[in-house]
Design a protein around this ligand. Structure first.
Ligand code: NAP
Ligand code: MG
Length: 491
């Protein structure tokens, strides 16, 4: 294959050319290879397997064979293996960050932050599982009940391309801690970090079959995994349409699914907001990974009195954004694929054709041949418009001025999504009153805690999904309660 390593600097780790599936503690040669493209150049970066249904079946069989023994291990043993995995991720952090950067296109500092977060997920779940305590239910002098938690068995994990290292670590970390054996289906656009974690899990000493990774196409490998009769629970992160298909496949055999879907998150900027604090955070959170973040705050709903000043500050931040390949650590890297870049360009063209005003646009430098999109700021975006309603998944931000707190909350709620939101106001009573009226899974006040936040339960409502990843809460998601009732003979 023609690898693209010509512009690697001397201290970069060169990529392995071919990366097979990780099944049953071994690297397995796939039946079929596909190119994994570098979004910064559009050229191949590695060759990976595109799993067939039969290969997914082999991975599920390997997990099924390992699940009973793994589920019976003491939490302290599972915890220490997870913490060892975290140590290996930190040991290899530099190479893993470069891999994640090249595979996804994101700026290198963000790739580094993602690898640090991944290590923290393994550490966090490796630690809290040892301290987990449960419930007993007193029933008077002659009976007691104990709620015993047990793993589901084999869990399936369908991962998107935008934050593969973090999303794999958060869901696999919690599932392993709870005692499940895992099968991961990364997106075929960005499977390298999940494959690397499986190899590191083997080095850490995880039993064979506990961590399996089979990259492949959603409609073939993804469907084979989520409809497999031996997969007891599915965690899906991705788009609304695919999530509903996965939930349907699980429902058809009566098994639970956890859905982490898209968002159209709002920054609600009320009168009395400190724009020195708000403006840089709003700009940074949107430009993060070129807007390809499920929690990107894509709608700014702003009090009319602050609208002019906030617009100027955001416009300055957008115009100052640098654009380039991830390894050069610009403000904004490329989008994941040509298809995604064309989709984002379509949103921008239609909004302009409808007469929505562009107040700032960064410039994509000449000579870049990857999949780039210019950060674009639109003003006075009408609430009925496509830009206000639909997830763009690119560096596009919309401003909508409103007259009162009441109108601001109503505008923020005028969406089918409910993932995250932020409320900005120095009067914290007023901010909290607004925040508690928003139907979202996570809301920040005078800050923005996007996806990262290992300790914070995270997930959506409405079209953004259901179930919760992250935090201690996820251990409940990846386990089920068995109630033990004990009847004591009357004394
Ligand atoms: P996507 O097309 O839904 O793909 C996500 C994953 O699902 C990929 O691995 C995909 O495989 C697989 N897949 C697709 N159809 C499937 C099916 N019928 N059965 C089983 N698996 C299937 O989403 P995307 O466009 O890659 O990702 C962007 C979306 O994800 C956005 O909407 C974003 O908001 C959302 N997201 C949400 C969160 C969150 O935590 N809430 C985090 C990140 C992203 P392929 O390899 O074939 O694509
Ligand atoms: Mg890639």
């Amino acid at each position: 294959m023609a690898t693209d390593q010509a512009h690697l600097t001397a201290h970069e780790t060169p990529f392995e050319q071919e990366l097979g599936h990780e099944i049953g503690g071994e690297t397995v040669t796939p039946a079929r290879w596909v190119d994994d493209l570098d979004p910064a150049t559009g050229r191949p970066l590695a060759r990976v397997g595109s799993a067939t249904a039969a290969e997914v079946g082999q991975a599920v069989d390997a997990a099924s064979a390992a699940a009973a023994d793994w589920g019976r291990r003491a939490p302290a043993e599972r915890g220490s293996l997870l913490r060892e995995l975290a140590r290996l991720v930190r040991r290899d952090a530099d190479a893993l960050a470069r891999t994640e950067t090249r595979d996804t296109g994101k700026p290198l500092s963000q790739g580094r932050a993602d690898i640090t977060a991944a290590a923290r997920y393994f550490e966090f779940y490796g630690s809290v599982v040892e301290g987990a305590v449960g419930d007993s239910i007193p029933l008077g002098p002659n009976a007691i009940a104990i709620v015993d938690r047990e793993p589901h068995g084999v869990t399936g994990h369908v991962i998107p391309w935008n934050y593969p290292a973090q999303i794999t670590a958060r869901s696999v970390g919690a599932a392993l801690a709870a005692g499940n054996a895992t099968v991961v289906k990364p997106a075929d656009e960005a499977p390298l970090s999940a494959l690397a974690f499986a190899r590191l899990a083997r080095e850490a000493g995880f039993p064979a079959g506990v961590v399996n990774v089979v990259p492949g196409d959603g409609l073939e490998a993804g469907q084979a995994l989520t409809s497999h009769p031996d997969v007891a629970h599915v965690s899906f992160t991705g788009s609304v349409a695919s999530g509903r298909a996965v939930a349907g496949a699980c429902a058809a055999r009566g098994r639970p699914a956890l859905l982490e879907l898209g968002g159209k998150s709002a920054h609600v900027v009320l009168e009395g907001a400190d724009l020195d604090r708000a403006a840089p955070v709003i700009a940074r959170a949107l430009l993060l990974h070129a807007g390809q973040t499920c929690t990107a705050g894509t709608r700014v709903i702003v009090a009319e009195s602050l609208h002019g000043e906030l617009t100027e500050r955001l416009a300055a931040a957008f115009e100052a954004a640098t654009i380039g390949r991830g390894l050069d650590d610009p403000t904004v890297g490329p989008l994941i694929s040509r298809r995604q870049a064309e989709r984002v360009a379509g949103f921008v063209q239609r909004a302009e054709a409808e007469g929505t005003r562009v107040v700032a646009r960064a410039t994509v430098p000449d000579g870049l041949d990857g999949f780039y999109a210019a950060p674009t700021l639109f003003d006075r975006v009408p609430q009925g418009s496509e830009l206000f309603r639909e997830e763009v998944f690119g560096p596009v931000l919309s401003l909508t001025p409103v007259g009162s707190d009441e109108e601001a909350v109503a505008a923020a709620e005028n969406t089918s999504y409910g993932l995250t939101a932020a409320v900005w106001c120095q009067d914290v009573d007023r901010a909290l009153r607004a925040a508690r009226r928003l139907q979202v899974g996570q809301v920040s006040v005078n800050g923005y805690a996007p996806g990262g936040g290992v300790e914070l339960p995270f997930g959506g409502v409405k079209d953004s999904g259901y179930g919760r990843e992250k935090g201690v809460e996820a251990l409940r998601e990846y386990s089920r309660a068995r109630t033990l009732f004990i009847d004591l003979a009357a004394a």
